[in-house]
Design a protein around this ligand. Structure first.
Ligand code: LLP
Length: 463
């Protein structure tokens, strides 16, 4: 029990240092969910639930998703777009960040449309209650079946390339047309990891600027394709605002060219990309500041070109859901290599968070069962997978650890569950949604039976 209030020094030198008190910070500028607190047992609470109780009930490791933070981020995007853009706006959730029924249902309830990139994501969005004309189907290699699924459901199809364009003409007719947007490569560079840049010319996504006039001319000839918009996405985990300032000008210029070919362009989609805080040195703009820049530059670009304002669309993923989730693990064994390094191993790793090994992403960690204990140790947090690179954090600052301690990694809502795997045949963790002291299971923990479900043993191999 913590009987007295911790001193400033104690806060600075314990996991309490990560509990921001300024409630007004934009979700993407915080390390922890809005509801994160320390409770009277010196444990971390999220959504009014003690993290240790959650692990006791739902098992370890566990994704813990704070409903309040997700809803607040949705609301900030919608309010900012309504405030700063004098025309029609649409905020979409890029569900690749975390696509499951509960998350799609919450974003839909908050009035967001949904961006999907596969038949599976589309199915989930529909089952979660999203209305088809509020679903935008992205992706650079949608199969015939997926395109058919999207057209039949009545979604907007964001066409990435000639192959998709021509396939679409074969599965639509003037009686059953498709409503489409065209994805363009804007030729805009930004500072982020090489793997998550998409706006530069050498990108696998979108039509090349040199091709555009030919694409517009082709689409204008297709009575079964109703092209209402243009789309571009620059990249992800971006802190700069300049690339989005530049993008408005590029999109408006293309809209003008498309209109010369008779295309009734009324929507411009600027993609997503706003970064979040993974460590205290990350300093992204707030959701509101990002939205203000995007809106104001779209207005300026339209005024300069003397054209009416299009419907302005954005499709963030990470900045909506990233900060809303923390992942809790249980400490197992420890190892010290004398004079070199101390390791502590946890019961998950690259199968539930592949971002460190894929993008060298850096995270912070909290000791959820000893929040005010001094951070006296430097420990490398190892995952449980058979791969030396399966390290969640190098040289983390932690209290003296024992087996059974509970560690929490913040900012694991975006691209963690969605990129999770069964590497080493490890079942994927469960996920719970927490709010006001209530925890609801939203993803069941995988079982050994799930792992074996798709195995087939040819009879000649059976012993
Ligand atoms: N729109 C399009 C067309 C996209 O490709 C993406 C992300 C988004 C929107 C959402 O971007 P966000 O707001 O989340 O930055 N797995 C990587 C990130 C890949 C991003 C893929 N596209 C990671 O873990 O960092």
């Amino acid at each position: 029990m913590v009987s007295t209030l911790p001193s400033t020094n104690q806060i600075a030198n314990s996991s309490l240092r990560y509990l921001e008190t300024e409630g007004s910070a934009s979700p993407n500028q915080r390390l922890l969910p809005l509801s994160a607190r320390v409770n009277q047992h010196d444990h971390l609470d999220v959504g009014g639930c003690d993290v240790l109780d959650l692990l006791h009930e739902f098992g370890s490791p566990l994704y813990i998703l704070d409903e309040m933070t997700l809803r607040a981020a949705c609301q900030q995007y919608r309010q900012a777009f309504a405030q700063y853009y004098p025309g029609d706006t649409l905020v979409m959730y890029a569900s690749k960040a975390w696509n499951c029924l509960a998350v799609c249902a919450i974003s839909t309830q908050e009035g967001l449309a949904i961006d999907v990139v596969s038949g599976g994501e589309l199915l989930t969005a529909l089952k979660a209650g999203a209305s088809p004309n509020n679903i935008y189907f992205h992706g650079n290699n949608k199969s015939y079946r997926e395109l058919h699924q999207g057209v039949e459901a009545g979604c907007r199809i964001v066409v990435d390339n000639w192959h998709e364009l021509k396939t679409l003409t074969t599965l639509t007719s003037s009686e059953t047309p498709a409503t489409i947007l065209l994805r363009l490569t804007p030729g805009i560079e930004c500072h982020t990891h090489e793997y998550i840049k998409t706006g530069h010319i050498d990108s696998k996504f979108g039509f090349d600027p040199d091709q555009l006039e030919a694409v517009f001319a082709y689409v204008a000839q297709q009575p079964s394709l109703n092209c209402i918009g243009l789309h571009a996405h620059i990249g992800s985990q971006i802190f700069e605002l300049q690339p989005h300032r530049d993008l408005s000008g590029v999109l408006v210029q293309w809209m003008e060219t498309a209109k010369r070919y008779g295309l009734p362009i009324s929507e411009l989609d600027v993609g997503g990309g706003l970064g979040i805080r993974y460590t205290e040195t990350d300093d992204p703009p707030s959701i509101t500041d990002w939205a203000q820049v995007v809106c104001e530059h779209m207005v300026t670009a339209c005024q300069a070109a003397n054209v009416p304002l299009p419907r302005l669309i954005c499709e963030p993923g990470r900045s909506l859901i990233g900060t809303a989730c923390v992942t809790a693990y249980t400490v197992g064994g420890q190892k010290t290599v004398p004079g070199i390094r101390a390791y502590a191993a946890v019961d998950g790793g690259m199968s539930d968070n592949p971002r460190p090994i894929t993008y060298q992403s850096v995270y912070r960690v909290l000791a959820a069962n000893k929040m005010s204990a001094p951070l006296s140790e430097t420990v490398t947090l190892a995952g449980k997978h058979c791969e030396s690179g399966d390290v969640i954090i190098h040289d983390a600052q932690l209290p003296i650890l024992s087996s059974g301690d509970i560690l929490v990694i913040p900012a694991t809502g975006a691209y963690n569950y969605s990129m999770a795997s069964n590497y080493n045949r490890v079942p994927r963790p469960a996920a719970v949604l927490v709010q006001n002291g209530q925890a609801s299971l939203i993803l069941q923990r995988e079982t050994e039976a799930d792992l074996m479900r798709y195995d087939r043993l040819p009879s000649y191999l059976a012993g």
